[in-house]
Design a protein around this ligand. Structure first.
Ligand SMILES: C[S@@+](CC[C@H](N)C(=O)[O-])C[C@H]1O[C@@H](n2cnc3c(N)ncnc32)[C@H](O)[C@@H]1O
Length: 383
């Protein structure tokens, strides 16, 4: 079968990591674009990306692309696709739209036109039309519009891939799993290196790091039928079974890991514990309630990664301004020998912490522009 073109979106700032995932999955002609990666690949490549990429938000298969100027052009583009070749009329569908500098007045209307075109194609072919389901569609069609170009994609993932299914207990402002996995990689963390998240909240960094340590493919946690590609025509059940089997076979046996998490809030620690337990990792990761300002380093060297509160409310901003200098002092006192990384949208952090960052990496947490600040704590030598 000839390779298809795919687009995988990801949190902005992680594109280069995602390109490596696409190449590892067997993708060719891998091209980085803002917010994602384009590549060509066969079915196995598509399944492997869904199964193994910790960075992709989803994997979209391109079905049509053309220049456009009006909603009618978008309708024509969708009308030209042989949709019954891609899915059965019994499948429910939903159309999503993403636009960058599109000249169209109403994106809602464009979405509607795509849905009409899909239904018209089915009606002409079989006299029946698929139903729309906005809550839990079987098939998701994505329309992507730039200033001149309209592209239609079929979603092969279903629910976003960062939903690994283990965050059963939530906290305020949790990180998405793919952003956390990307930050671990950007910080140079690798399995076996001591890792501490002293502001662990629901435990996203801990979960990702523990699964990476066990070489546990994130997609193995999904139930049969959960990936959208399982509902598309041409689904190769044998190939999928074989890929799952070989991923499961490389999973390492559980062992205590050099991964520690703590949080000031006892409630957050309890929630992180529930999430780790749901993933079967609670015996492998050490959790404790502690103030980052008072806790000791669990090992002489390692990587500390945290995502401090953002301080969206006014009082919190003042509290954070008072907190950062104390944090700098605590890091100097307790974490000499460690590399310490903080994801924050607060541009005052590096100045107020009183340490010189070795790295400042721009990243987006959803729409929020952040920086990942890296500080190397060498005994006695930091300003
Ligand atoms: C933005 S949340 C972290 C979310 C986490 N990364 C996740 O994915 O769920 C910030 C966390 O810092 C914790 N925190 C605030 N001040 C702290 C301190 N002094 N010591 C330790 N944890 C603190 C809060 O309780 C909160 O859980």
């Amino acid at each position: 079968m000839k390779p298809e073109r795919y687009f995988a979106p990801c949190p902005r700032g992680l594109e280069a990591l995602l390109a490596a995932d696409a190449a590892a999955a067997g993708g060719v002609d891998v091209k980085i674009v803002p917010g994602g990666v384009e590549f060509a690949g066969d079915l196995a490549c598509c399944y492997r990306m869904n199964l193994a990429s910790r960075i992709a938000t989803r994997v979209l298969r391109r079905v049509a692309t053309a220049d456009y100027r009006s909603e009618d052009d978008v309708y024509r583009l969708a009308r030209g696709v042989d949709w019954p070749r891609h899915f059965d009329v019994e499948r429910s569908l939903r159309v999503y739209v993403t636009a960058q500098r599109s000249p169209l007045k109403s994106l809602e209307f464009a979405t509607l036109r795509v849905k009409d075109a899909v239904c018209d194609v089915f009606r002409d072919a079989s006299g029946r039309r698929p139903s729309v389901n906005t809550k839990a569609p079987d098939v998701r069609i994505h329309l992507f519009l730039t200033a001149e170009r309209a592209t239609l994609y079929l979603d092969t993932s279903g629910e976003p891939l960062w939903q690994r299914g283990h965050k059963i207990a939530k906290v305020e402002a949790p990180l998405k799993e793919n952003l956390a996995a990307g930050i671990l990689r950007l910080a140079g963390w690798q399995p076996g290196v001591p890792l501490l998240d002293p502001m662990c909240g629901s435990g996203t960094f801990l979960l990702e790091a523990a699964q990476m340590s066990l070489d546990d493919a994130p997609g193995l946690g999904r139930e049969p039928g959960e990936f959208a590609f399982e509902r598309l025509r041409g689904f190769d059940a044998g190939l999928w079974r074989a890929l799952r089997k070989s991923a499961a076979a490389t999973r390492l046996p559980a062992d205590t890991l050099p991964i520690w998490g703590s949080d000031l809030s006892a409630d957050a620690v309890a929630r992180a514990g529930q999430n780790l337990a749901h993933a079967g990792l609670d015996d492998l990761v050490s959790l404790a309630r502690a103030d980052i300002l008072a806790r000791a380093a669990p090992q002489p060297t390692g990587i500390l990664i945290a995502n401090p509160p953002y301080g969206e409310r006014l009082g919190e901003l003042d509290e954070l301004a008072a907190f950062y200098p104390k944090l700098g002092t605590a890091l100097k006192r307790n974490f000499a020998g460690w590399d310490c990384w903080f994801l924050s949208a607060d541009t005052r952090l590096p100045k107020l912490i009183g340490l010189k960052p070795m790295r400042k990496i721009p990243l987006y947490n959803g729409p929020l522009e952040c920086r990942l600040y890296g500080f190397r704590m060498v005994s006695g030598s930091n300003r």
